[in-house]
Every structure is written in structure tokens, then in C-alpha cells.
Design a protein around this ligand. Structure first.
Ligand SMILES: Cc1ncc(COP(=O)(O)O)c(C=O)c1O
Length: 413
């Protein structure tokens, strides 16, 4: 052994309460599921779990889509898989962008070689569907790609009508529901969306590392027209697609559909423990029931917002379009936002978020998602924030925040 080699200590991370824009603390049941024994990906027990995951996520996404499964990787892997599999170089993609994650869609679509057209809303606002429709009519894109809840601004874009507009103009739709799935309604079939992807680490209450995705038949046909079987698998009974091959092997959704189909055409080694986690996240959500789970998120954010305002803080962005799971708060003049975050972490073991780009240093973001969207967490965060702000010299009415939040819960027991 090299003399200078350090093996470091056994992992012993602090028990932080993760109340930022994600990740949030995972449900204990999800962590327990992850420690279940590994299986080979073609073991019949495991392929049964894969099928169960497909069925469970159809219910989570509120869809009948056959092609509903997992992409291995964080939420961004789901986005990248969707865009690289849908977009051929030179095709037009319209992106209504209202925050950092709209810009991420733009960057990924550019990397796919798309002709990207963006419409931009000021950070803190969202679009009227009319604005999106006017841009679709003008640009006639192949694909409209949009974020549902953009955690960077904490705004949520209403999506009802988007799918209908897209199908009227012959476009496909893609939605990044990373931060909303499990916490706010994401009605894939009712909203007629083609491809929607998410992540586990927010409202679904799992760790980062798996991206549920659902794909309409229309979008699947488009991807399958680019279908190619990997050379080493050389099967003769699969006709290659007529369109150019998808520009990524790992994120080739046509190949991944073959892998998740009864054919089980080999692709990657499925991330066993992440699949167990995703399965348990979906079971938890469906056992609680979507309505109760959405209400729990709504109550937590209402109580958080009432507490923050009672403290004399100003909430960020358009009040009509706030996400029900992450709240933006303007950092008061004269207060060092990073010092407050550091003190919350060091003194209270609580993590809250800052933001990016034009909002860097301007807002904090406090989430109450998944396992964490509960009364006691809201009260603990408000109490801790009050103590820190007070000691940083911010004048506020003592005890008002927790009382205001409690009043919300008392009114709606
Ligand atoms: C709306 C949205 N999209 C995409 C992502 C990227 O997710 P990941 O970091 O899991 O790849 C995030 C993460 O915060 C997000 O909030």
C-alpha cells in the first residue's frame, strides 16, 4: 500500500433537514427499499419489478402511455433523453423560458443541433397560453419544450391547453416536471402532453439518480423512426428506422423502449437499487393518494408563506403562479443571504437554497417537498430563520411566524 494513501473515515454525514429546492430528505421506506438484495436485470423477479414500475408511474403521471419507465441518472438525464431522442439536427424547437431550467432546455436542445427559438418571461413571471400559441403559430416548431415548475424562480407554468395547441399545429410537446411531479397535479393525458420527465429527489421523496419518464404513442413513433439496434446485439428481425440514428447511445429512447419491452433487448445494466427506490416512491405517493399528497404540499407552502410574511419578509414572484412546494423570498436589504444560510446549516442543521443568474444573492428558496412537506418541518424552519434573522439585526415581531403558520394548520386541520 502506498504510504501516503488515506482511506478516510467511514461515512458519517450530519442529519440535515433539507428544506431547499431539492434534494429533500428521502422517505425512510425508500431508503429501506434501496438496501434490498441486488438482482440481475434479466432475472424474472427483476423484470417483474420493472413492469410494476411502469404500471405505478402510469398512475403517478396520470397517463395510459405504454412507454412509462425510468431513465438511470438524475432528472437532467430524463430531459436529455427526451430531447436527444425527439430532435433531429436542424429541426425547430420552441422553448418558453422563465428561469434557469428553461435555459437548461435551451442548452440541451442546442447541443442536439436544433434550431432553437425561445420566448422569454421575466424571472418571477410565467406565460399566458396565448403567448405560447402565438409563438407556435409563428415558428411551426417540431417540438415545444417547457418546464412545469422552475425551481430557480419558484414559479409554475400552467400547462392545460399546451398539448392541444401543439397537436393543432403538428408539434410535439415535452415538459420537465422534475420539481412538481408528486407535489402538484401533472395530468399528462388530460393536458395531452407527449413526453414528460421528472426526478425522485423533490416531491417524490427519493434520492437523486432516477428519472421517471412517460412517452405518448405519437412521440414513441417519432423516436422509433430513428430506431437502431446496437451492433453487438445484431438481431435480424428488427428493421432499423428510416430516420437518422439518435445522437446518444445511453439516452436513446428507442433502444430503451426495446429494453423495457417484452423483448428485453439488452441495453445498460439497470440501476437496481434506484429502481427499488423509484418503485417505493411511487407506492408511497399512490398509497397516500394524489389529492391528499397535493394538499399536504399546498398546506406546507401556505403555512410557510404565512410565516415568512408574518416575519416581515417579502415573497418573490407572481403570487398567482407560485409552486406549491418551493417558495422564493427576497433577501432583505442589509442582510447577508449566505451568512443566514450558513448559520441555519451550522446552528440548526437546516439547509435552504439560494438561487442563480439574475436572482443570485437576491432570493432564498425554501422547499417543503415529499417526506418534508409537514407541519413540524415548516415550524422548525420558521423558528430557526427567525432566530438567525434576529441575531443578524433584522427587526421582526417575535413569535409571529410560527403563530401564523400554526394558524393556517388550525384553520384547515
Ligand atoms: C425544474 C428542474 N429541472 C431539472 C432539474 C435538474 O435536476 P437534476 O439535478 O436531478 O439533474 C432541476 C433540479 O433542481 C429542476 O428543479
Amino acid at each position: 500500500m502506498r504510504e501516503d494513501l488515506r482511506i478516510f473515515d467511514e461515512l458519517d454525514p450530519p442529519q440535515r433537514l433539507l428544506m431547499g429546492p431539492g434534494p429533500s430528505n428521502a422517505y425512510p421506506r425508500v431508503l429501506r427499499a434501496m438496501s434490498a438484495p441486488l438482482l440481475g436485470q434479466f432475472d424474472p423477479e427483476f423484470t417483474r419489478y420493472m413492469n410494476e414500475v411502469m404500471a405505478l408511474y402510469r398512475a403517478v403521471f396520470e397517463t395510459e402511455n405504454r412507454w412509462t419507465f425510468l431513465i438511470d441518472g438524475t432528472a437532467r438525464a430524463g430531459i436529455e433523453a427526451a430531447l436527444v431522442s425527439l430532435i433531429e439536427p436542424g429541426e425547430t424547437v420552441l422553448i418558453p423560458s422563465f428561469g434557469r431550467f428553461g435555459l437548461l432546455l435551451t442548452e440541451i436542445a442546442e447541443r442536439c443541433g436544433a434550431r432553437v427559438v425561445t420566448i422569454e418571461a421575466e424571472w418571477g413571471r410565467v406565460f399566458d397560453m396565448d403567448e405560447i400559441e402565438a409563438a407556435v403559430e409563428r415558428e411551426r416548431p417540431k417540438l415545444v419544450a417547457c418546464v412545469h415548475g422552475d425551481t430557480s424562480t419558484t414559479m409554475v407554468q400552467p400547462l392545460d391547453g399546451l398539448g392541444e395547441i401543439c397537436s393543432r399545429y403538428g408539434a410535439l410537446s415535452y415538459v420537465d416536471a422534475t420539481a412538481t411531479l408528486g407535489g402538484m397535479p401533472v395530468e399528462v393525458d388530460t393536458w395531452e402532453l407527449d413526453v414528460v420527465s421528472a426526478g425522485l429527489q423533490k416531491c417524490l421523496g427519493g434520492p437523486p439518480g432516477s428519472a421517471p419518464i412517460t412517452i405518448s404513442d405519437r412521440a414513441a413513433d417519432c423516436m422509433r423512426s430513428r430506431r437502431h439496434v446496437e451492433r453487438g446485439l445484431a438481431v435480424t428481425d428488427v428493421a432499423p428506422g428510416s430516420r437518422p440514428r439518435i445522437g446518444s447511445n445511453y439516452f436513446d429512447l428507442a433502444m430503451l423502449m426495446d429494453y423495457w419491452s417484452e423483448d428485453r433487448l439488452n441495453h445498460h445494466t439497470e440501476a437496481t437499487s434506484m429502481l427499488y427506490a423509484a418503485r417505493e416512491c411511487a407506492r408511497l405517493f399512490l398509497q397516500e393518494g394524489s389529492v391528499r399528497c397535493f394538499d399536504r404540499h399546498k398546506m406546507a407552502s401556505r403555512a410557510m408563506q404565512a410565516g415568512l410574511e408574518a416575519m416581515g419578509l417579502t415573497l418573490f414572484g407572481d403570487p398567482m403562479h407560485r409552486m406549491a412546494n418551493v417558495t422564493g423570498i427576497e433577501i432583505p436589504a442589509g442582510i447577508d443571504g449566505e451568512r443566514v444560510r450558513t448559520r441555519l446549516r451550522n446552528d440548526f442543521e437546516i439547509e435552504i437554497g439560494s438561487s442563480f443568474g439574475p436572482l443570485k444573492g437576491r432570493i432564498w428558496r425554501i422547499g417543503a417537498m415529499g417526506h418534508n412537506a409537514r407541519k413540524h418541518n415548516v415550524l422548525v424552519v420558521l423558528g430557526a430563520l427567525e432566530a438567525v434573522l434576529k441575531s443578524e439585526g433584522f427587526a421582526l415581531p417575535s413569535g409571529a411566524a410560527v403563530a401564523a403558520a400554526l394558524a393556517i394548520y388550525d384553520r384547515h386541520p
